[in-house]
Design a protein around this ligand. Structure first.
Ligand code: AMP
Length: 136
């Protein structure tokens, strides 16, 4: 999946305002960003966190820093995980984004869209193989 989508990860810093981060999400057409404190993953922030924060604090939420509303316990996966492993982690944790960490190094960020795309490709490939097998 990472080979297809690339390994670039859009990240922000913990003290950036939610307004700034909303702009980053909109500009890159993405639903979540990793929050990096230097080389260290400090958290993850998705559009859902921003909506919840606005619902709780009104418009003034937008001037607050990312660190106030990010999720700090980030669940990650490794490059060795299968598509099904990643799907299971997302379903269990009820989130749609997951960073990929290999040997302690951040190597990408997957979304549920990437997972669904890959699942469809696998299913189409299996169908074609079955059709060829039946026809042979
Ligand atoms: P999402 O479905 O990705 O928009 O996120 C829903 C909630 O889960 C938000 O509160 C996110 O901060 C949080 N979240 C998203 N991805 C992860 C992750 N990989 N590990 C832990 N929490 C996450």
């Amino acid at each position: 999946m990472l080979e297809q989508k690339g390994r670039d990860v859009i990240s922000v810093e913990p003290d950036e305002s939610l307004e700034q981060v909303s702009k980053t999400l909109a500009q890159h057409k993405i639903g979540a960003v990793l929050v990096m404190d230097g080389e260290k993953v400090a958290g993850i922030l998705s559009e859902r966190d921003i909506v919840r924060h606005i619902a709780a604090h009104g418009g003034s939420a937008l001037i607050q820093p990312v660190s106030k509303c990010m999720t700090k316990d980030v669940v990650s996966c490794s490059e060795k995980d299968t598509v099904n492993d990643v799907m299971e982690k997302m379903t269990k944790g009820r989130f749609r984004h997951i960073p990929v960490v290999d040997n302690g190094v951040l190597t990408g960020l997957l979304s549920i869209g990437d997972v669904v795309k890959r699942k469809i490709e696998i299913s189409e490939r299996d169908t074609e193989e079955l059709k060829r097998y039946i026809a042979s």
